[in-house]
Design a binder for this molecule. Structure first.
Ligand SMILES: NC(=O)c1ccc[n+]([C@@H]2O[C@H](COP(=O)([O-])OP(=O)(O)OC[C@H]3O[C@@H](n4cnc5c(N)ncnc54)[C@H](O)[C@@H]3O)[C@@H](O)[C@H]2O)c1
Length: 275
């Protein structure tokens, strides 16, 4: 649901200590919105709080693991008590795991699904009822990825989690269609953040991982690009955000020819370090 005026709105962001979440907190604050910033730990959020407050808006902090259902339920109750229902719920926290399927332990599947999928589910499950009760217009913004339609090799669990988030967004959007709550699916392309350091199989350590990280540094855009597109999507009520290098291109390429997308992806993967 479009929120044309963000001044004095409450924007809740998970994974706000780094990358896209941090940039989004500042981008929303520049529009006059108050920020509720959460991440695994409080310390890395404290410099963000100072920067947000310097823009003349409030910034609440909370340490919350999005994969912990009880912690997310308690977080929702705390937020409700402090400021009421969020106007914008930005389920952004996520981790990567790099490594070929057969070279990777199965325990990392659970970790990736718990954070990337269940983190988004927990956010929606515990905050949307508050948002509905408070009335609209309000917006849920979930981060999936270009990997939700055009994944590369060595990201099986990550791609599965992001396909799931994209499907969840579609269903949620339909179920909320009669309400004043909109749902946005954000699909970033290659963004130069700390995410490539969040996990890799033993087989992916060393030169291959360095090559991949160098690719993100060289080809990736700043997280501010995604943050600004997210702010515009909330202002206009956009449901799908294709943002950052390759996101839009690969989206359309898949519609044109899955075979060509597959060929190009495999070729690029060998060059940049996914294979
Ligand atoms: N960087 C990219 O190229 C890219 C591309 C597509 C999608 N994304 C998605 O964007 C989102 C943000 O990623 P980023 O690139 O800014 O990465 P990042 O590593 O810079 O930031 C992610 C933040 O999430 C936090 N986090 C991790 N696990 C958490 C948990 N269990 N509970 C709470 N917080 C947790 C981390 O501490 C970190 O501050 C993720 O969902 C990611 O999958 C990133």
């Amino acid at each position: 649901m479009a929120i044309p005026q963000l001044k004095d709105k409450q924007v809740l962001i998970t994974g706000a200590a780094s990358g896209i979440g941090r940039a989004a907190a500042l981008a929303f604050a520049r529009q006059g919105a108050h920020i509720i910033a959460s991440d695994l730990r409080l310390e890395p959020l404290q410099s963000l709080q100072q920067e947000v407050q310097a823009l003349g808006v409030n910034c609440l902090l909370q340490a919350v693991d999005v994969s912990d259902e009880a912690a997310m339920a308690a977080f929702a109750a705390w937020v409700h008590e402090q400021v009421g229902a969020p106007d914008v719920l930005f389920n952004n926290a996520g981790i990567a795991y790099l490594g070929k399927f057969l070279d990777s332990g199965l325990e990392q599947w659970q970790r990736v699904l718990n954070v990337n999928l269940m983190g988004v589910v927990h956010g929606c499950y515990h905050f949307i009822p508050l948002m509905l009760a408070a009335g609209g217009p309000r917006q849920v913004v979930n981060v999936s990825s270009t990997a939700s339609y055009a994944p590369s090799p060595s990201m099986a669990s990550y791609a599965a989690s992001k396909f799931a988030v994209a499907g969840f967004c579609d269903v949620l959007r339909m179920e909320l269609a009669g309400t004043r709550i909109g749902v946005t699916d954000v699909c970033p392309g290659v963004i130069n953040t700390a995410i490539t350091a969040s996990g890799a199989a033993p087989s992916m350590q060393g030169e291959q991982l360095q090559r991949l990280q160098a690719y993100y540094r060289k080809e990736g855009c700043l997280p501010e690009v995604v943050a600004n597109d997210v702010v515009q999507a909330v202002i206009t009520g956009k449901t799908l955000v294709l943002t950052g290098p390759y996101s839009r291109l690969l989206y359309h390429l898949k519609r044109l020819s899955r075979r060509l997308l597959f060929k190009i992806t495999l070729g690029t993967a060998a060059k940049v370090g996914y294979l």
